[in-house]
Write a protein of this length. Structure first.
Length: 288
């Protein structure tokens, strides 16, 4: 990819979203594939807090939720205020926003790190809340602050963006012709991020509702419900690259270019960095 394309503020936000998805998958998926029994004592509790219980994965999940809201605001101001530049993200602004996303995400997960303990009887890591209402309050706050509120903001912002791009009448054929290419690109990018946001809403609302209902004893939080909720979160973190590949032509072109460069580099000998055909020709000369 070209340097200018990689370094735009919008693409830095996409990179941050990808890092958030990778963080969630890296610390959550192994818990459903591998079986690991932490040692007893302080080491076991430390491993539970950092690794086994998947608390770091929820930091990535929260960072991804916040990043999606920032992307929604970026799309809104880019489409609604293209000339004035109001609300436009700069590189310096993104350098502040991205660390702030992770700091807020880490702060939102402090309660989980504090209550995670190793249960010697079950041989598993548990969220040991001092009172039952604390766990219910934590899950409810996640549902409201990191799922419902972001989803409400994204619906409001993207509804205005969709109207601006697809339904707002244009004045005169010259204006339509002049901005036709720009509108086509913005529609494609906006469609990608809206699709990602819809997947986020479906997966997060479903997953967090299962957690919340289990704490209020409305739903029995057994292995099946736990698997469903975590699967919804994992689906959300895994489908984003496929969405961009299917809906974003520029993304597909850059991936193809990267793969083409990789395949092209394999035609050269790693020892001499010369094409294989040249090496074969030299061998023929030496045998004469």
């Amino acid at each position: 990819m070209s340097s200018s394309l990689r370094r735009t503020p919008f693409n830095w936000l996409l990179v941050n979203l990808a890092l958030a998805d990778i963080t969630f998958a890296l610390f959550q998926v192994p818990n459903h594939i591998l079986t690991f029994t932490p040692p007893d004592g302080t080491i076991g509790s430390a491993l539970c807090k950092v690794l086994t219980a998947g608390n770091v994965a929820w930091v990535g999940a929260a960072a991804g939720s916040i990043t999606l809201v920032v992307i929604a605001f970026e799309r809104y101001y880019t489409v609604r205020c293209p000339v004035s530049g109001k609300g436009k993200l700069t590189k310096n602004t993104v350098k502040v926003i991205i660390p702030a996303c992770w700091i807020f995400a880490a702060a939102a997960n402090i309660p989980l790190f504090l209550v995670t303990k190793y249960d010697k009887k079950t041989g598993d890591c548990q969220w040991n809340w001092p009172e039952d209402w604390m766990g219910a309050a934590n899950e409810t706050s996640w549902l409201v602050l990191l799922a419902c509120t972001p989803l409400t903001l994204m619906i409001g912002l993207y509804s205005r963006v969709v109207y601006e791009l697809w339904f707002k009448p244009r004045d005169g054929p010259e204006v339509v012709c002049r901005y036709k290419g720009i509108l086509r690109v913005r529609k494609r990018v906006t469609l990608s991020v809206i699709t990602v946001s819809v997947i986020f809403g479906v997966c997060w609302i479903t997953g967090l509702l299962i957690y919340v209902l289990s704490y209020y004893d409305i739903l029995v939080f057994g292995s099946a419900s736990h698997a469903v909720s975590d699967t919804m979160f994992m689906v959300n973190s895994s489908v984003n690259p496929f969405v961009y590949a299917l809906l974003n032509e520029r993304f597909r072109q850059k991936i193809k270019a990267m793969l083409h460069c990789t395949c092209k580099s394999k035609r050269y000998s790693p020892a001499t960095h010369e094409p294989a055909t040249i090496i074969h020709h030299k061998h023929q000369l030496n045998t004469k």
